[in-house]
Design a protein around this ligand. Structure first.
Ligand code: ARG
Length: 481
């Protein structure tokens, strides 16, 4: 896409080229009403071929369904329909193989295909457009595109979810620090951490599934926006395109883009989840944290500092999140002031849509691979979690079990923590007599709970971080995959 922008740019800013181009002319679909040809700069500015050429498959698919319906309803003859369909199939091959290069002068991909069909089969090509406008045509193409991208994105998410379950299983018994405010909070099973992300991405998958219901509605047959005098059968074309349903209102069918906004919003949510996860990977792989090793195959170096090992892939995912959010804002803004029904502003929907779909699918896919290629540094984590202050909550809850009100238990434990820090004695190494100075209910059994694995495993509540709970979560997750 980038080279194409460059191309258009070069054309727009090269006076010689524009001068040269102004000698070539193609008739536009709507030209007959006008006494002057459309200004070439205006055409260059309004052409969307460089972006919407991605929709050629969907466009041909939609056209084949439309003309099949036209033939079945005897609006065009079977022979004409067959000729049109054969021509369209050939054009699809030409576009796929690159023998047909869409040209910006054709205004948009729909016209590229229409003009090429006319070149191939002559005037009969024009029958394809009986009872159809580019308005319902582009709305149909967009829905077909969305449906395909949603399936692909769901597949990518499924891949990520299975890596998360694998990681949760592999590190089920590994203890890591759980954080709040980026401060060590409580020890948890690493499996619990991975399963947290499983839940987030699983909801993302469900969100896409739910969106499919609204995407899978055919706008074909709405024509420009008011319907047609021809005896079209929109239900039949919907069926031919495997849409679940057909539009209820022809204005609505061509003039909303809410499903695109919803899709980009779902993409934004996925990117937000990925970006947070990326942030953890970046931090955890740093020397300061040192919890995680990224495989050399997924790390990058520095051209200047030979020692560097950077987490560029995670950083790029985090960075691309900003672009997807920008697309969401762009779409909301494009739509906000549009009077019903179709307005040309809506042509601007494709760049944000394509970019969001491609960015999110590639980010999820590469992130799953990156994650697969990370290892927790288990020895270091075991050492760090064994004597850490994050065991303090264990003392407070120990005191609660000895009937001390929680608020008092918390205060007593806070004092113990201060003592531990100032005396440089870790919690499990504090002598029992010292403990007793803070609370006389403390006995030798305090040491039983000052162990990270005991701390993790004694969590009793539903969905908690204990090894049993994580094992249960993993079982449930496997059923969902
Ligand atoms: N390229 C246009 C788009 O994507 C197709 C619809 C053109 N319709 C029109 N009334 N000019 O929105």
């Amino acid at each position: 896409m980038a080279e194409n922008f460059g191309y258009i740019h070069a054309l727009a800013f090269s006076p010689q080229l524009i001068f040269f181009m102004s000698t070539t002319k193609k008739e536009l679909l709507w030209q007959s009403r006008f006494s002057l040809p459309f200004d070439r700069d205006a055409l260059l500015f309004s052409s969307s071929v460089h972006v919407d050429k991605k929709l050629y498959r969907e466009d041909i698919q939609g056209s084949i369904a439309h003309v099949t319906m036209l033939a079945e309803e005897q609006i065009v003859s079977m022979a004409d329909a067959e000729q049109i369909i054969t021509g369209l199939r050939e054009i699809e091959e030409e576009l796929t193989s690159g023998t047909l290069q869409p040209h910006w002068e054709d205004e948009d991909i729909h016209t590229v295909i229409e003009n090429r069909l006319k070149e191939k089969i002559g005037a009969v090509a024009g029958k394809l457009h009986s009872g159809r406008s580019r308005n319902d045509q582009v709305a149909t193409d967009t829905r077909l595109y969305l449906r395909r991208q949603i399936t692909e994105l769901q597949e990518a998410l499924r891949g990520l979810l299975s890596v998360l379950v694998e990681k949760a299983e592999c590190y089920h018994n590994t203890i890591i620090f759980g954080y709040t405010h980026l401060q060590r909070a409580q020890p948890i099973s690493a499996g619990h951490y991975y399963m947290a992300y499983f839940n987030m991405f699983n909801r993302d998958r469900q969100r896409l599934q739910d969106l499919t219901k609204r995407v899978n509605i055919s706008p074909l047959g709405a024509a420009a926006f008011a319907g047609s005098t021809l005896p079209l059968n929109p239900k039949r074309s919907a069926e031919l395109l495997s849409f679940d349903n057909v539009f209820a209102n022809s204005i609505d069918a061509v003039s909303d883009r809410d499903i695109i906004i919803e899709f980009i919003s779902a993409c934004s949510m996925i990117m937000m989840h990925l970006s947070r996860f990326a942030e953890d990977l970046i931090l955890w792989s740093s020397y300061e944290f040192g919890y995680l090793e990224i495989s050399d195959a997924f790390a990058t170096g520095s051209s200047l500092m030979p020692q560097k090992k950077n987490a560029d892939i995670a950083e790029l995912v985090r960075g691309k999140t900003g672009r997807v959010y920008g697309n969401l804002m762009a779409m909301l803004t494009i739509m906000k002031g549009l009077p019903l029904s179709y307005n040309r502003d809506m042509q601007e929907d494709k760049q944000p849509l394509f970019d969001s779909a491609e960015t999110t699918i590639s980010s999820v896919t590469i992130f799953a691979k990156l994650l697969e290629n990370t290892k927790l540094k288990e020895e270091r984590l075991a050492k760090l979690t064994a004597e850490d202050l994050s065991l303090a909550t264990e003392i407070a809850e120990y005191l609660v079990r000895k009937q001390i009100p929680f608020r008092d238990a918390h205060r007593i434990t806070g004092k113990i923590v201060t003592w531990s820090i100032t005396s440089d004695v870790s919690l499990p190494k504090i002598p029992v007599d010292t403990f007793k100075e803070f609370s006389d209910v403390i006995e030798n059994d305090i040491y039983d709970c000052l162990k990270a694995d005991v701390s993790v495993n004694s969590k009793k509540t539903h969905g908690s971080c204990s090894f049993d709970s994580v094992a249960h979560q993993i079982d449930e997750a496997k059923k969902q995959l």
